[in-house]
Design a protein around this ligand. Structure first.
Ligand code: C2G
Length: 132
């Protein structure tokens, strides 16, 4: 059983997120999604989510590619997480390319996948604002 992990905010869930989750799951048999809490988003990413952590978790758990959703509360937890969840592969979109290569030291394959172009949560918010 090959176990894969990925991290994110996944606010206003969109097809770019789904493409990432689908391709992450294709790397193995079991996908853990570590979902940024509302506090982590605000304090560390200055992101104010439209959906709360519980709502974003609920949405992610409904996706066929996702097997487990757990909280992301710090940048540093990745080194521990890959052992807690017995991870073989770490997957992120390539906007993060290079940022998590240190996980190779933990015996984890690190994969950066091309982002889906022209869609992002911030773009959705901008488009909606301009329409009003
Ligand atoms: N993504 C993508 N294509 C898009 C938008 C997002 O492939 N058009 C990917 C991102 O690269 C990321 C995942 O979807 O791998 C989740 O994106 P966000 O919710 O924006 O997550 P982010 O804020 O990048 O948080 O510790 C890592 C952070 O929690 C990552």
């Amino acid at each position: 059983m090959k176990r894969v992990i990925t991290y994110g905010t996944f606010d206003l869930l969109h097809y770019g997120h789904i493409n990432l989750l689908r391709r992450a799951k294709e790397q193995g048999d079991y996908l853990v999604v570590v979902l940024s809490t509302d506090e982590f988003n605000w304090e560390q990413k200055q992101k104010k989510c439209y959906f709360s952590y519980e709502q974003r978790k609920h949405l992610l758990e409904a996706i066929r590619y996702v097997d487990l959703v757990v909280p992301e509360t710090s940048w540093e937890q990745k080194r521990k997480d890959v052992h807690i969840y017995n991870i073989d592969s770490f997957v992120m979109g390539d906007d993060w390319r290079g940022k998590f290569d240190f996980l190779k030291e933990e015996g984890v394959e690190v994969i950066y996948l091309p982002r889906t172009p022209e869609i992002s949560t911030s773009q959705i918010k901008k488009d909606l604002e301009s329409k009003n």
